[in-house]
Design a protein around this ligand. Sequence first.
Ligand SMILES: [Zn+2]
Length: 190
Amino acid sequence: MEEGRKGVEIDSKTKELIESWQQQAKQLKKKHPKWNAAKIQKEMKDKIIKQAEAAIPTNSAKEYIEGVNAHLKEVEDSRKKAIDEIMRYMGKTSPEAVATVLYELDCGCIRACAVSKQGAPMGEMIMVSGRAVEKGYDCSACREDGGAKPERCIDKSIIWPGDASELPSEEFRLAIGKEVFGDDYSMGDI
Ligand SMILES: [Zn+2]
């Protein structure tokens, strides 16, 4: 294999495409013998390279996509783990709470607070890193501002403890949401 072409895999579909382009180029040359054949060839070659680059799956592209997907899964898994930990903590420290409010920050950390059945905050606001805290991760953004800057909050939500069968009625969830987040909170948010 030529240097610089390592990792390029051409599938049968792409091979067919390239062959058809080659045929097209040959026919153009036959049809227009007085045309600048070299120019036609070059134009075809450029077209082939451009389209092939966009279409051919290379190992590096595959690896890149796999890497991105693995990273996204890691982020989502640690977010789920952090939320589970928050809910376990709230269940212990505020067993009479009806829900927990989450403020997810742009650094991956989550601020959380238990909510009473009147929709009032209960207990203390806790900070949980959505990242690998067990690896000794320490968030520098939160260390600097305490995680309290509203502009760093990317998502606000209410988490109800237990599974789906234990969910309070929609009316109740809407009323709590309005208490916590204001009148803008609507059925679509619950
Ligand atoms: Zn943070």
